[in-house]
Design a protein around this ligand. Structure first.
Ligand code: AMP
Length: 286
């Protein structure tokens, strides 16, 4: 039975007892509205740790005032069921006041190119909010391993850097993107899509898979691969492109012109008012 925990104090006591018993802890941070993408992270945490904590918190500090904080889907009963089904021990469900007790903020901010490109350009305060809340969760849950999705590949890179710079004694585990049967990456935001937008959004995975195929057939030009992806998306009349870009991994350094090491090809596109992200990793060693 998954234990629902709402206070930091209670969570800290559970973590203390778990550590004392010599158990390893896996943490899966989420914003709730859980789907199979989150489920895959919980399943991986279950496999690799003795104790699994899933956090379910719509973090206000990573949303700009113009973004969808108020509308973000909240499906608590369903989240409880899925977390339990996937084998979580604790579902941590704090209130904003519980996570941010003071009005005046203490921020954790990863600076430089890694937070300035891609989503960092259109969502300038986003990664500061993510780094701050994840730091709080790391201190509360003291995980041996923390699980994130490649769906938010930039977030995983930012958090890897934070873990390295702040000497967090834990491992970041990044899991593959879970998709709908037709290719659309699973996302809590997919519920916003009107039927025509949902259909149009398929162009994201289609264009990324086309780039992957071209890459596998030998294309190595970052320009050609990026341009081909952008052209396919732009040809969909309902799409409104935020970015289609390639950056080298790790750490999102500038693309080399030639895909001579792993590169991230990432897209962010609006369909109506819904902004979706997706990506593929092009790795010449595979
Ligand atoms: P979110 O609740 O959207 O903030 O996501 C919580 C975690 O689940 C993040 O690490 C995401 O990258 C991950 N995630 C979201 N969607 C997917 C997906 N389709 N496949 C794999 N992981 C995902």
């Amino acid at each position: 039975m998954v234990q629902v925990v709402r206070t930091t104090k209670e969570l800290q006591q559970i973590v203390k007892d778990t550590k004392k018993a010599g158990k390893t802890i896996g943490l899966v941070p989420t914003m709730g509205a859980l789907h199979e993408g989150h489920g895959s992270l919980i399943a991986a945490a279950r496999k690799e740790n003795d104790f699994v904590i899933v956090s379910d918190f719509v973090n206000p500090t990573q949303f700009a005032p113009t973004e969808d904080l108020a509308a973000y889907p909240r499906t608590f009963a369903h989240d409880c069921e899925l977390a339990e089904q996937m084998g979580a021990d604790v579902l941590f469900l704090p209130s904003p006041k519980e996570m941010y007790p003071s009005e005046d903020m203490t921020w954790v901010e990863v600076t430089g190119r890694i937070t300035q490109v891609l989503c960092g350009r259109t969502r300038p305060i986003h990664f500061r909010g993510v780094a701050t809340v994840v730091t709080k969760l790391f201190h509360l849950a003291q995980p041996d391993r923390a699980y994130f999705g490649q769906k938010d590949a930039q977030q995983a890179e930012v958090l890897r850097r934070m873990v390295k710079d702040l000497f967090f004694p834990l491992e970041i585990r990044e899991m593959p993107i879970v998709r709908e049967a037709d290719g659309l990456a699973k996302s809590s935001r997919n519920v916003y899509l009107k039927p025509a937008e949902r259909k149009a959004a398929l162009v994201l995975s289609k264009s990324l898979f086309a780039a992957q195929k071209a890459f596998e057939a030998g294309e190595r030009s970052t320009q050609k691969l990026t341009d081909g992806t952008r052209a396919m998306i732009a040809a969909e009349p309902m799409s409104d492109i935020d970015y289609v870009e390639m950056h080298a991994l790790p750490e999102l350094t500038p693309a080399h012109g030639t895909v001579d090491c792993p590169h991230l090809l990432a897209v962010a596109v609006r369909f109506g008012t819904t902004r979706l992200i997706d990506n593929v990793i092009l790795d010449p060693s595979k």
